[in-house]
Design a protein around this ligand. Structure first.
Ligand SMILES: Cc1cc2nc3c(=O)[nH]c(=O)nc-3n(C[C@H](O)[C@H](O)[C@H](O)COP(=O)(O)OP(=O)(O)OC[C@H]3O[C@@H](n4cnc5c(N)ncnc54)[C@H](O)[C@@H]3O)c2cc1C
Length: 427
């Protein structure tokens, strides 16, 4: 009998009294950053608990940012894994690759995978999100991709090697990183980014910052069009042309759509859990079923689905203790921090950055500083005498110090003049 299948629970039945007090078997669905971090954190404090991890992917955990380097050709497939292959065994973690969980029976505390039922005492949903493909007219077409997994990245590299004009639809962090990675890996490609909003990185940048970024992207050889809403993808089988809503057309032979990701609610809904944009969790990362937790991109806490690595790490570490019934502070949210990882551009956006679209709010103060050559732009958002957000463009070395100021919520009284000085060095 394979380890962990349903009959094993019968053995646990002997431990019924103990079961109430302690977890004997934790099952994790998902083996990316949230699931792996949680499993490791559980193992770090409990050598005895059985931990089983299921992933539909064919390879163990790799950080998704590495996919950008893989596309650029600076990291090869063999170097993408976060842990050596024997790490799971050494840590007594049972990893099931190529194992898509089809169903959760919440009252029966079991999951259905590959024709077998597996029992759990505590279940953790770390099944993340899926890339979103907007319903453009003309889909499906060959040579149109989204990027989420190593498989996607391999398909993208293969197609790029035989393409000449690539359009990335979506000027968010991932879209810009993908465009620059393709330009690096395949220097002959003509790269264009289409952003439907009026400027790049609407969630991380304000207008002046976005203008500097757009000019830098152009100087690096990647064309950027804003206010460019895609309507249709044309071509006979494979994509040949993009038609924008305002009638403009663009020739292309490959498209990468980078239109965000959506929490994968299939399993949560099927299990009857409360869902919104994600599977809803409380400050213990517990879902509406007391034996099921959710962490990372699939979880919605306080109305937010974060879709980033730092909250996934925070949530996983806290949930690990909660799963084991150990004392630990509750989850209270994570200050978002985003760095654009594009060679030649240093951009970090931390906390509340406020764009011109946010409603006016007199209690917020904004201090901006632009260098004489227009290459460095800093913006600081202050509330009640404390820094709550910042944009740092072209000044990477100050990121750690500014992030610390924001996280610690220290008063900025003595710093006010320095914040307005573009040449001031906070390191
Ligand atoms: C190319 C790229 C670059 C990124 N760069 C950054 C960055 O620089 N900084 C940052 O903060 N964020 C970045 N992100 C976002 C970040 O990767 C995600 O926030 C993070 O991966 C979320 O982790 P997760 O473990 O919650 O979910 P996911 O990474 O979505 O992993 C979900 C896991 O669940 C498994 N799974 C799903 N459904 C099932 C099922 N039914 N059965 C079994 N297994 C299942 C999958 O196989 C996978 O193992 C990037 C994302 C991409 C795609």
């Amino acid at each position: 009998m394979a380890w962990g299948k349903i009959n094993d629970t019968k053995a646990h039945g002997l431990l019924d009294n103990k079961l109430e007090a302690s977890v004997v078997k934790a099952v994790v669905i998902g083996n990316n950053v949230a699931g792996t971090t949680l499993a490791k954190a559980v193992r770090d404090v409990d050598r005895d608990v059985q931990i089983e991890i299921f992933t539909e992917e064919a390879v163990p955990y790799y950080p998704r940012p590495k996919l950008i380097d893989f596309i650029a050709g600076t990291v090869d497939e063999g170097k993408i894994l976060f842990y050596p292959m024997d790490w799971y065994e050494k840590n007594d973690l049972r990893l099931h690759l190529n194992s898509r969980v089809e169903r959760i029976d919440a009252p029966g505390k079991k999951i259905f995978v590959g024709g077998e039922w597996y029992s759990y005492d505590k279940l953790v949903l770390a099944n993340g999100s899926k890339a979103f493909m907007p319903p453009f007219k003309g889909l499906p077409k060959d040579n149109v991709f989204t990027l989420r997994t190593l498989d996607d990245a391999m398909r993208i590299r293969k197609a790029a090697a035989n393409s000449s004009k690539v359009v990335v639809i979506g000027g968010g962090l991932l879209g810009l990183e993908t465009a620059r990675a393709l330009a690096t890996g395949f220097p002959k490609l003509k790269m264009t980014v289409l952003e439907y909003a009026e400027h790049l990185l609407m969630r991380q940048l304000d207008h002046p910052g976005a203008e500097i970024l757009q000019n830098t992207m152009r100087s690096l050889g990647t064309e950027v069009f804003t206010n460019a809403e895609t309507q249709e993808l044309r071509g006979d089988g494979a994509v040949k042309e993009i038609v924008l809503k305002d009638g403009r057309t663009l020739e292309c032979d490959m498209v990468v759509v980078s239109a965000g990701a959506r929490a994968d609610l299939t399993l949560g809904k099927g299990a009857g859990l409360a869902v919104g944009r994600g599977v809803i969790v409380d400050s213990s990362l517990r879902t509406s079923d007391e034996s099921i937790y959710a962490v990372g991109d699939v979880a919605e806490f306080d109305g937010k689905v974060w879709g980033m690595i730092p909250p996934a790490l925070d949530q996983a570490r806290i949930a690990a203790k909660k799963v084991l019934g150990l004392e630990t502070p509750d989850y209270a949210g994570t200050i978002p921090s985003n760095t654009l990882k594009v060679m030649g551009i240093d951009l970090t956006s931390i906390g509340v950055v406020r764009s011109e679209h946010d409603p006016p709010e007199p209690s917020f103060e904004e201090i901006r500083a632009t260098s004489a050559d227009g290459k460095t732009y800093k913006k600081f958002v202050i509330k009640d005498g404390k820094m709550i957000g910042a944009i740092l463009l072209g000044s990477k070395k100050e990121t750690a110090k500014i992030t610390k100021l924001i996280k610690e919520g220290s008063a900025i009284d003595g710093l006010r003049d320095k914040l307005a000085d573009p040449e001031y060095d906070f390191t």
